[in-house]
Design a protein around this ligand. Structure first.
Ligand SMILES: [Zn+2]
Length: 423
């Protein structure tokens, strides 16, 4: 039988973190590993002999990964990366002032409505360009797939415009962009909640579905937002229109949002700070992944951080995400993993799994990405270190040297400062 011609070979990696297998703490480590890529997919992974017995490597480009780690590209499964403006003044003021009244006196507006106003004011080009910068920095830090939600429109026109920006980003950038319609992120200040829900259900969802602009429909189920019954109504309307359900819930209250998540077997339940242990077991039984966002807890100084350890021990699949948004501006999954390990008792291996295969599962994409195995997309990153634990040990350092997206090298930071210097 003729062997497939490999296009790209990654040779001599000190460690390949394959993330194969379903043990929470297993990352399927291969030492002195090789990977063969054909087109946009992985053709073989293993030791030199195994890989070269399966492909013809004569014409392939070879990347020498001596003393490096190869890992799956990160999947960031929860972001609000498209938005107008910035809330840096609010974030900066909150470093020393916590009283909302005092912030008001300082002339500082707070909350989602501020971002809604700035997003409505921005042109499509401005929304695209600012998100493009953020997504390119994500790529430099190893993220190859990113989910982006709407929710700063609060009207049909602006919600659909956000989805148009997502489609443009997916088309123009190297990362894959997965779109979620989150019309029910709240409701506009000049409209009653009931009336806005009708607009979401009767107008927005049908248009999003008809124009095939999103994969998922999401809702914020919280005592200050939509209750479990209202959330169910919205998610069921989405489901009927072909949009799979996701939910923001239990972030600041427990009002049976996680019960709804388990009953509906949503694609993912996100936040979960107030989720009781019995509900964690129910989510595990329903095979609903929990998306947790350590950087958000950090940025808002959350008074009840989520319990990642209890979630993992209850059998849940845990996914990590940045939650990049105006209230939590991080583009780095590595920063999120550093927090997940130190603050939430996750092992380095668990944090890597949660940032790759766990997050892929939270987007319904575990069949084609999130781990390094033959047949999956060649979405890979090469770290400039021989030990994978350094990703959470070198605090604040970007370990990524090269990123491969769908078989193509899209980031290469191998040049040293000396090589970059002007002569
Ligand atoms: Zn969110």
């Amino acid at each position: 039988m003729q062997k497939q011609k490999a296009d790209l070979i990654i040779a001599n990696a000190a460690q390949i973190v394959t993330c194969q297998g379903d043990q929470a703490d297993s990352i399927g480590l291969i030492t002195d590993g090789w990977i063969a890529i054909v087109g946009e997919k992985i053709a073989a992974v293993g030791d030199r002999e195994t890989v070269l017995s399966q492909v013809d490597a004569n014409q392939a480009l070879v990347i020498d990964a001596t003393n490096k780690v190869v890992a799956p590209g990160f999947v960031d499964s929860h972001t609000h990366a498209v938005f107008g403006g910035s809330r840096v003044r609010e974030y900066a003021a909150k470093m020393t002032v916590s009283d909302p009244e005092k912030l008001k006196q300082l002339g500082i507006q707070t909350g989602v409505q501020v971002s809604v106003d700035m997003t409505r004011q921005a042109s499509l080009e401005e929304l695209f360009e600012s998100a493009q910068s953020r997504l390119n920095r994500m790529l430099l830090a190893g993220t190859t797939t990113v989910e982006i939600k709407t929710g700063y429109g609060f009207n049909t026109l602006d919600e659909l415009r956000m989805l148009d920006v997502n489609a443009l980003l997916d088309q123009e950038l190297e990362l894959d962009v997965i779109s979620t319609f989150l019309g029910a992120h709240g409701w506009p200040k000049d409209m009653a909640k009931e009336a806005y829900m009708d607009l979401v259900i009767d107008e927005m969802i049908p248009l999003v579905s008809e124009r095939k602009l999103a994969t998922f429909c999401d809702v914020w189920c919280e005592d200050s937002h939509f209750d479990a019954k209202e959330s169910a109504r919205i998610l069921e309307a989405g489901l009927k229109a072909g949009l799979l359900p996701k939910i923001h819930t239990d972030a600041y209250s427990y009002i049976y949002g996680s019960d709804l998540a388990a009953d509906m077997k949503v694609i993912s339940a996100d936040h979960l700070n107030y989720t009781p242990p019995a509900m964690m077991r129910k989510l595990a039984e329903a095979d609903v992944p929990g998306v947790i966002m350590p950087a958000l807890d950090f940025a808002v100084k959350h008074k009840k951080p989520f319990d990642a350890r209890a979630m993992i021990d209850s059998g849940m699949t845990v996914a990590l995400a940045t939650d990049l948004c105006p209230a939590c501006w991080t583009e780095s999954m590595q920063f999120v993993m550093m927090l997940a390990c130190r603050q939430y008792a996750m092992s380095p291996a668990e944090s890597i799994r949660a940032a790759t295969i766990g997050s892929a599962k939270a987007l319904g994409l575990a069949h084609d990405r999130g781990s390094i195995e033959a047949g999956k997309l060649a979405d890979l990153q090469i770290w400039d270190t021989p030990m994978y634990e350094n990703v959470i040990y070198w605090l604040g350092t970007n370990v990524v040297e090269q990123v491969i997206k769908r078989g193509k090298v899209v980031v290469n930071q191998t040049r040293t400062p000396a090589q970059l210097a002007w002569h």
